[in-house]
Design a protein around this ligand. Structure first.
Ligand code: ASP
Length: 355
């Protein structure tokens, strides 16, 4: 009787231990459940994108890559990945596409070379990283992320940034990698234009005719996302502006101008005439209006893009995500390549003004 009682007690004890161990395994293996909705929004540049000059074939190429970029970023967010992973994934896909003015296919500077700018900022701790005028980095957004994570600095430029890249294990590519015939012809045409006229002559080369719908397009790429932890990240990458000179750097790598993120308000990525975006501190101004005025992300974007920038005669646009995972965009040019997936999982891909 006594021994039966003892073996029963032993059995119950072993069962209890098994339950505790099993439960621990279950708990630690279970993915973190979060109610925080995720969202992502991207742009591929704003400017004079003329619908009547764009072929159906080119339009679907743009739409396809914008869709692929948001899907890639959103999949990372849905699986519990961070917003910075999602932003880097979406931006590097666009950097690798010749359709956009970032990475491969970026615009030429006056000397016929490519100089790239990029930045990233995370809203959880206001940490940020940026690179400017790099010539041999295949994906500048990835180097910007390394500056943010692995250096005590915020912005590195030129050969110093490339030395840092090598120390971080990046392999360098030749500047020739980035050059495309379409962009070379664009530079040639701008340099050949009559200085007395403000208008570019009609394009004659077939490649220029094919892409004439966006000859004045500025073309930066950017992404903003919020992850399941409620962390917002914004990133921007660009080749700058065709025919730029004297080591010109635009707004894209300037934190507060082309890129800004703060979990308490919003994240913004901008595209447009960089000189004005720097002077108007566009990305930070929008987040500050959300934080201090308590207005919606859409209202803050519109105040800065449709009023402040228009008053300065500056063209361009922004995309953003706020702390409640609302997405919004605003632009004052004819078009802006843009796409997003909102907190309800609803997606959109747009190029022109839609009413
Ligand atoms: N903002 C970029 C720059 O000024 C250009 C662009 O958005 O396309 O460098």
């Amino acid at each position: 009787m006594n021994s039966t009682y003892r073996s029963m007690a032993l059995l119950i004890k072993s069962l209890l231990i098994m339950l505790i161990v099993f439960d621990t395994v279950l708990v630690s293996a279970a993915p973190e459940i979060s109610n925080q909705p995720v969202a992502i929004i991207i742009h591929g540049g704003a400017g004079t994108i003329k619908r009547e000059l764009m072929s159906d074939e080119i339009e679907s190429e743009y739409r396809a890559i914008l869709k692929e970029a948001i899907t890639r970023g959103h999949t990372i967010l849905r699986k519990g990945g961070s917003s910075s992973e999602a932003v880097v994934a979406a931006i590097s896909l666009m950097e690798d596409s010749p359709l956009f003015n970032a990475g491969y296919g970026a615009v030429f500077n006056h000397q016929g070379d490519i100089e790239l700018d990029a930045s990233i900022m995370q809203g959880s701790d206001l940490n940020a990283g940026a690179v400017a005028s790099v010539r041999r980095i295949k994906n500048p957004i990835k180097l910007a992320r390394s500056v943010m994570k692995a250096s005590p600095h915020v912005m590195l430029a030129g050969s110093g940034a490339e030395l840092f890249a090598q120390q971080q294990g990046f392999s360098l590519v030749s500047n020739e990698y980035f050059k495309t015939e379409r962009r070379r012809l664009q530079l040639e045409r701008i340099i050949n234009q009559q200085t007395s006229s403000n208008h570019l002559p009609k394009p004659v080369h077939p490649l220029l005719v094919k892409y004439q719908f966006d000859e004045k397009k500025l073309g930066t790429v950017g992404a903003v996302a919020i992850d399941q932890q409620g962390n917002i990240t914004a990133g921007t990458s660009t080749g700058g502006m065709t025919n730029k000179r004297f080591g010109r750097i635009g707004d894209a790598p300037v934190i507060g101008a082309g890129t800004y993120a703060d979990n308490n308000s919003c994240g913004i990525s901008a595209t447009g005439h960089g000189e004005y975006f720097i002077r108007a501190a566009v990305a930070h101004d929008i987040c500050a209006r959300v934080a201090y005025k308590g207005i919606s992300l859409q209202a803050a974007q519109d105040e800065v893009i449709q009023i402040k920038l228009v008053n300065m005669n500056a063209s361009g646009g922004v995309v953003g995500v706020d702390k409640d995972a609302n997405i919004a965009f605003s632009f004052n040019s004819l078009g802006m390549y843009r796409a997003g997936i909102d907190k309800h999982g609803k997606s959109f891909v747009q190029i022109f003004q839609e009413h």
